[in-house]
Design a protein around this ligand. Structure first.
Ligand code: URA
Length: 311
């Protein structure tokens, strides 16, 4: 049963041995004291991942997320969608490609996409935006949209759109749900992560009204009927309690609208607070509420694997 009392989301809570402490208390360089006050975090250093992941995510060893590092000319052309890499080599060899006005026929020639002007038959060739994926610790009270006609606060206000244009949220969290929300400008990755068929586990901590009994927990584990459909089996455990009821950790891979709230209500345990703490192997650890950070290549690689992109 419960151990030492802790503060969690403004309630006195008792967390069980082995359960995680309150989230959103990590280090934020922007050092804003109030956890409800949004802050912007500087981009992190790129850690080493596999070449495959770097290739897919658009930057090379030592590169910076959201920016392309120098790369070989044939790769540049292929990535810009000119042709296959082999065909691009033929184009280079035949003298049709120039860099900064000079024809280049050398195959290993490196170009810097940030500063070099590449042209094919005199027509400029460019790469567009480099893919980047960031993780936000969403505060309550923000709708998951990039703009809101009703003027409500939306998650777009919390992410660095000027630095990384084209970011969009991967899936959604309810206005009152807090925690891990991914943004990417990589359409394929976003689609795969949000699609239930790709089975990316999402883990939530739910404060519910009422103490969860064994029967309720096993019903949640087996699947419950919400809106006429049976939910897939879930991982559910009680990790603590509050004066109002239980704290449940629930892992699902589907993304039905208000799924966790509906599942808990279906077994008589209305949700009082809901936080998403993990997606796949990615955990919110260390990101304060309202803060974000760029994912490393290794983290993107893990997500790709979870979403079957790595196969
Ligand atoms: N399930 C919910 O009920 N709400 C969320 O925001 C996410 C999952």
């Amino acid at each position: 049963m419960g151990k030492s009392p802790e503060k969690h989301g403004g309630r006195r809570t008792v967390l069980k041995r082995g359960s995680r402490p309150a989230q959103g208390e990590g280090v934020c360089p922007a050092s804003r004291a109030a956890s409800s006050e949004p802050c912007v975090q500087m981009r992190t250093q790129v850690r080493k991942g596999s070449d495959e992941a770097r290739e897919r995510h658009g930057h090379e060893p030592g590169g910076v997320p959201g920016e392309f590092a120098p790369m070989r000319l044939q790769k540049f052309l292929a990535r810009a969608g000119v042709a296959s890499r082999r065909h691009c080599e033929e184009l280079i060899a035949s003298g049709r490609v120039s860099v900064n006005g000079q024809t280049v026929t050398e195959m290993g020639f490196k170009v810097d996409p940030a500063s070099d002007a590449v042209a094919l038959d005199g027509d400029p060739v460019s790469l567009g935006e480099a893919p980047v994926t960031i993780m936000l610790n969403k505060p309550a009270g923000f709708v998951t949209t990039m703009s809101d006609p009703e003027g409500r606060r939306c998650v777009a206000d919390l992410v660095p759109l000027e630095q990384y244009p084209g970011l969009f949220p991967v899936g959604r969290l309810d206005c009152d749900t807090t925690g891990l929300l991914l943004f990417t400008n990589d359409g394929q990755l976003g689609y795969r992560l949000a699609h239930p068929k790709h089975h990316v586990d999402k883990t939530y901590v739910a404060h519910v009204k009422g103490r969860a009994g064994k029967k309720q927990i096993s019903k949640l584990r087996r699947g419950v009927t919400i809106r006429g459909g049976l939910t897939s089996p879930a991982k559910v455990r009680e990790i603590g309690s509050t004066p109002e009821g239980s704290i449940l950790e629930i892992t699902i891979h589907e993304g039905m609208n208000r799924q966790v709230r509906r599942m808990c209500s279906a077994v008589g345990l209305p949700v009082l607070e809901l936080e998403r703490i993990a997606m796949g192997t990615l955990h919110l650890d260390g990101i304060r509420r309202g803060c974000w950070r760029v994912l490393s290549d290794g983290e993107v690689e893990e997500l790709c694997k979870a979403a079957s992109l790595g196969e």
